[in-house]
Design a protein around this ligand. Structure first.
Ligand SMILES: [Zn+2]
Length: 319
């Protein structure tokens, strides 16, 4: 499964239970990806996605917040071997829901109208801004930065794609409210808001509550910078350096294995803090880690010994 999809699944597992945030999340999904139609003479809203869990969550939110009269139909179609789900909301309460979510408004002639942009006047609290940014990512976003095929260079990139410039501009302003400064580019008829650089992506994953994917990104980044520094050092006397790097690589591999199987939290405070220290300082020698942590070199060495042993046990079990 791709990096973007992994992030989306993790995000959906950690959604806020606050009514304000759930409403902001729903409004983001509708404002960025909904299509509108008529069903029995009444307005209907359709959302298409490849993520079944998103349908379930949207259905729950809609029912909780807007009463049972909003009907939700989920249909599955197979499209180029990928499942696609469509969720349709119909019924007399749909219009009220769209007004309530600031998707539409009643104009001076008493007509029902859709807003051109995202209309975010009522999304003010940090928690709700965060939920909106998450919802928009699930509906119209993607990210890169983790790649199984270990290419030499990788693009650290996260983006949200909008149908109009008014929407992308509104979204940029929303991001600024939480001190995130994105850029905009036009791609064919679409307007893309994006962030680049490893740190920006990593920070965004923290904001998304996608801790596991953030750790994965960080450890891949660490591995990559080690490989790069190996290349830089290749003409020097590298005996020591290579040993340090080999150790660090082995430790990172062990940490990742533990993270993916039993989870770092199972290790207890002492060992998991060493794992975090290594993840954050991928190239450092034990001596340098000792300086950073204020522990003795032998204490760190001892803890890494334990970590490597645990990883080895997991590896044995997996055989
Ligand atoms: Zn909120």
């Amino acid at each position: 499964m791709g990096f973007s999809k992994n992030i989306k699944y993790e995000m959906l597992k950690n959604l806020s239970e606050n009514a304000c945030c759930r409403q902001a999340f729903l409004s983001a999904i509708i404002k960025t990806s909904a299509e509108y139609g008529l069903s029995n003479g009444e307005l209907s809203v359709s959302i298409k996605t490849q993520i079944k869990e998103l349908c379930d969550i949207v259905e729950t939110i809609v029912k909780d917040l807007y009463d049972v009269e909003v009907k939700v139909k989920i249909s599955e179609e197979i499209f180029f071997k990928k499942s696609r789900f469509e969720l349709i909301m119909t019924g007399s309460k749909v219009k009220q829901m769209l007004l309530d979510l600031d998707v539409a408004y009643i104009n001076e002639d008493n007509c029902f109208n859709f807003y051109d942009g995202l209309y975010l006047e009522n999304i003010n609290q940090d928690c709700c801004i965060k939920s909106f940014v998450k919802g928009a990512f699930i509906a119209c976003g993607s990210a890169s930065g983790v790649d199984e095929t270990t290419k030499k260079s990788i693009d650290y990139h996260i983006e949200w794609v909008f149908a109009s410039q008014k929407k992308s501009q509104d979204f940029l302003k929303l991001l600024e409210n939480i001190n995130v400064y994105g850029r905009e580019v036009k791609r064919k008829k679409l307007y893309v808001v994006y962030l680049q650089k490893f740190e920006a992506i990593s920070d965004m994953l923290v904001l998304f509550d996608a801790q596991e994917n953030m750790l994965k990104l960080n450890s891949e980044y660490a591995k990559r910078s080690i490989m790069n520094s190996v290349n830089r050092q290749s003409n020097c006397d590298t005996a020591n350096m290579t040993k340090t790097i080999d150790n660090a690589l082995a430790q990172l591999k062990a940490i990742e294995l533990i993270k993916d199987t039993i989870g770092l939290e199972k290790l207890g405070e002492d060992l998991s803090s060493i794992c975090m220290l290594r993840l954050a300082n991928s190239e450092e020698s034990l001596q340098e880690l000792a300086q950073l942590s204020g522990m003795s070199k032998s204490a760190i060495n001892y803890r890494f010994g334990k970590i490597m042993k645990i990883a080895k046990e997991i590896e044995e079990e997996q055989k």
